[in-house]
Design a protein around this ligand. Structure first.
Ligand code: NAP
Length: 486
């Protein structure tokens, strides 16, 4: 069953936020929760308990939350914000401090005392290295129990490769249990990304056009114009390839190619089946399959622009990739032979996440004919553009481009992606969370390339900030007789 999106939190809930002092909590989670409060989607009784090693108490933690919301929201209703932060509490401790977990358990129990059927959740907004310790201590302290299981939200990427994923998975399953784990890829909370699947349901003509007899290739680009913006702690050991491909870009490709389900079929199984069909086309030279680059220190439009190695907290010999490109194929009969070209980079000319479905060359009946193309822009100036051609006036058949274009503005019940996913977790709805099977399939696919990237001898071409990536990436796709769409 597909879930509806007009959700409000049904029960009182307590949410423990591990890593409450962190970047993700400040820029995404506190603002998203505030919007839920603003839109009256939270129940009367709820508690958010921040947990981290940093030195806060309830008062200073509430100030941190207040400041984060004010910094990341354009307009704030002070009265609602004040009431909202009164639901926040803080527990200081290391992630292996049983006494601190026990103190938190007492506090949560006290808060929940008068609530009817409370739901408990935990959000792991911390590096994966501390997941297992947190999970064990949630059990040992009695916060997580059979009687009151903790719905545990784990941020992507789960692990840094297949091996570390398997180890994290085992520890999470041993302590928390699969049914209570919500693997979060925030792209799956975006309306525009969900629409990639629904578009085909709602537009049978698209579903008929999406097949290998008509399509030449598919490009999926996730271009960021910004640099690290203070995220070096997370990014410098992750890199663009791990950050973007293993989850976000593969999920977009899966939503585009998955079968449309009937009401009694499992959406999540169909999505995993689509992912299972992707493979790396054979190549005699791995550098043909994968590219990586650091963006260059250089000049854009006459202004001095910092390069990756100039970013705060990045070591001067870092080899972390900030750009990567990859080609995939699908084994499904519908997509057999169609190349999927995925790329992502930082400090690029555009800020845009886009799927471009390129149709085959038309028959040459006159001057100016170019292949049709459908662009679905998921981030940036979100919208859809259908590239057609129309005849110019005159006796000879000459053509000019005709662009059908419409913005993909979210109409209706629009929430920030973390807000949507948090509400769904509070409801126990898992359709838009990843499964362990999907994460495992993704790591299996990406691992050989990640291993190649991690070798010191792998080339790391540079590209200029404000460009669309390294020249090598253009030459690479050019060998297949195509080029990136601008
Ligand atoms: N930031 C993003 O945009 C983003 C995007 C995708 C996924 N993620 C994932 O989301 C999670 C949180 O990201 P984040 O950017 O908020 O990370 P972060 O700021 O580096 O870390 C969050 C908090 O975890 C604690 N922490 C950091 N390093 C630690 C360590 N080695 N051992 C124990 N605790 C440590 C710190 O709190 P205390 O020192 O106070 O304990 C820190 O405030 C990570 O799993 C990351 O992979 C983040």
């Amino acid at each position: 069953m597909l879930c509806t999106l007009m959700l409000s939190a049904p029960h009182p809930f307590s949410l423990i936020l591990f890593g409450a002092s962190g970047h993700l909590a400040s820029i995404k989670l506190y603002p998203a929760l505030y919007i839920l409060a603003l839109k009256k989607r939270l129940p009367e009784n709820f508690a958010i308990v921040g947990y981290s090693r940093s030195d806060f108490d309830d008062t200073s933690f509430r100030k941190l939350v207040t400041d984060s919301v004010k910094e990341h929201m354009e307009a704030v209703n002070d009265k609602i914000l004040e009431e909202f932060v009164s639901h926040f509490f803080y527990q200081q401790g290391t992630y292996d401090d049983l006494a601190a977990f026990q103190a938190m358990e007492k506090r949560i129990k006290e808060l929940e005392k008068k609530w009817k059927d409370p739901v408990r959740l935990a959000y792991y907004s911390v590096p994966p290295g501390v997941y297992s310790s947190i999970s064990e201590h949630l059990c040992e302290s009695g916060i997580h129990s059979d009687a009151l299981p903790v719905r545990t939200i784990v941020e992507k990427p789960v692990g840094g490769d297949l091996k570390s994923f398997e180890s994290i998975k085992k520890k999470l399953l041993d302590s928390i249990g699969e049914e209570n784990i919500y693997l979060l890829d925030h792209y799956l909370g975006k309306e525009a990304v969900r629409n990639v699947y629904y578009l085909r349901h709602a537009n049978p003509i698209l579903e008929r056009l999406f097949k290998n007899t008509l399509i030449s290739h598919v490009e999926i680009t996730a271009a960021e114009s910004s640099g690290l913006e203070g995220r070096a702690g997370y990014f410098d050991h992750t890199g663009t390839f791990r950050d973007m491909f293993q989850s976000h870009l593969l999920m977009i490709a899966s939503l585009l190619t998955m079968r449309l389900i009937e009401t009694d079929e499992s959406f999540v199984h169909a999505r995993a089946d689509a992912l299972k069909q992707f493979f790396l086309p054979p190549s005699s030279d791995l550098s043909d399959v994968a590219l990586q680059a650091q963006y260059a220190r250089g000049q854009v439009n006459g202004e001095t622009v910092e390069g990756y190695l100039d970013e705060d907290d990045v070591s001067s010999d870092s080899r972390t990739n900030t750009y990567a490109a990859l080609k995939l194929r699908s084994r499904t009969s519908r997509w057999d032979g169609v190349g999927f070209y995925l790329r992502s980079g930082k400090r690029m000319k555009l800020k845009e996440t886009r799927i471009s479905v390129a149709f085959q060359e038309p028959r040459k009946i006159g001057e100016g004919t170019t292949p049709n193309r459908l662009d679905v822009i998921l981030q940036g100036e979100a919208g859809m553009r259908f590239h057609l051609q129309t005849k110019l006036g005159g006796e000879e058949p000459k053509f000019r481009p005709l662009l059908l274009s419409d913005p993909l503005v979210c109409f209706g019940d629009c929430l920030p992606e973390h807000g949507t996913l948090l509400l769904e977790a509070i409801h126990g709805k898992k359709q838009w969370f990843l499964t362990f099977e999907e994460v495992q399939l993704a790591w299996r696919l990406m691992d050989p390339i990640q291993t190649y990237f991690d070798q010191k001898s792998t080339p790391l071409p540079e590209y200029k900030a404000g460009s669309m990536g390294p020249d090598e990436a253009d030459a690479w796709i050019g060998r297949d007789g195509i080029s990136w769409f601008a």
